[in-house]
Design a protein around this ligand. Sequence first.
Ligand code: ME8
Length: 479
Amino acid sequence: MPNVKKTFYLTTPIFYPNAKLHLGHAYTMTLADALARSHKLANEKVYFLAGSDENTQKMIDAAAVAGVEPLVFLDGIVQNFMKLYSSLDISYDQFIRTTDAKVHWPGAQALWNMISDSGDLYKKEYTGLYCVGHEAFVTEKDLVDGKCPDHGTPPERLSEENYFFRLSKYADVIRQKIESDELRIVPHTRKKEILTFIESGLEDISFSRPRKASWPEGLGVPVPGDDSQVMYVWCDALANYVTALGFGRDDALYKEFWPADVHIIGKDILRFHAAIWPAMLLSAGLPLPKSIFVHGFITSGGKKMSKTLGNVIDPEELIETYGTDTVRYFLLRHISPFEDGDITREGFKDAYTAHLTNGLGNLVARVMKLAEDNLGPREIDVSGTFPAEYVEAIENFQFNKAMDIVWERIAELDTRITSEKPFAIVKEDPKKGQDMIERCVKDLSSISSMLSPFMPSTAETISAAIRENKKPENLFPRI
Ligand code: ME8
């Protein structure tokens, strides 16, 4: 039988390109990358999607403030996204842009037509409160003191003709699929949250807006058969998860990878992914994603880090000072993936010194110095399996737990060297000492494999040092 690899399709939110990305976005991408790399390590065929959500009013507004043509502005920001992903070592396979009329629009329109054929779209005059920050209509009960609590801005009152999607029709089916974990929502607290939301009743939602004269050509997916309207904004954005695979144009990837194994999202966009998106797919008769992993927010000074609130930490700045893998390390180990986690510059520095300079860096130097001084070049058999608890932690998206397991190994090996003293024994009984050192190198190699999804270039440096039997340059110099 041909050896068919298990496939693994992983998506990330396509961020709004109205400003530079901050550490919160870097967090989502780092979680996703660690997951993608773990599945590659397990020999699966991974497809990892990133992208940007471009057909929006807030991008137009930001371009106006910057004094640049919207489409030029977009190109600049998207380059920034990609630059950040490259400095974070994000191994995405495709970057989808929703202004891409060749890649995204045919599928978005095909999906629209399927939903329309099911009788789930109707036109209606709508008056409501619109939060530009969320790019969504909100209700009075979402507001605090008349303002959106997430963005601190009052919503606009809009009155216009829109196409509406019969979301209400799908509430029961979606609830049942989430309850039974056919659509698995992780963590459990988010599953409960979305079930409560669905039980409180789903209302039909706006799926289009009149095309604005101020919007440039090339922005906004035209509603099939009604050029006066563009898709807006979640129906356009959510469709990216299938259009990127060629849905509606060239189905090869779609057939291979859909349904998605995991949509990774932040907790702010749970409703869109766990209610609206499944309803769209059900309406179109397409399979639902298998799971949605919902992470918490990175806060800074106790408040959500957000462009609008102006308390952002620039990931590039941290990468410049500490290096890519330190930033990845901190995000993956010191922030609980299921809850909010605060990050301060001091906490970051302390973790660096304690666990990277003194922990991992010190151990690598210690073991490799012993190896370089005492072992001749020799083949080290490094094949081995990962501990079950490590694999299980990753399957449950508990990257911090998986890394705790790695750091337990680091501490164990360090303690063993101190107590068994191979450095002394090798002088009295070279054969015995060499065997002990060889065992240390093997354990270091297994630590390096376990680290590779999280800190890929550090893992590669360690592996290379082992191959060459040479102590590497100081991995995490004191700062
Ligand atoms: O919502 N902590 O885009 P967006 C952790 N375009 N993660 C954070 C964060 C924080 N403080 N702030 C943002 C959109 N994020 C839509 C998505 S998908 C079809 C369309 C991350 O630019 C987190 O992943 O507002 C959150 O869900 C996402 O950025 C929102 O990004």
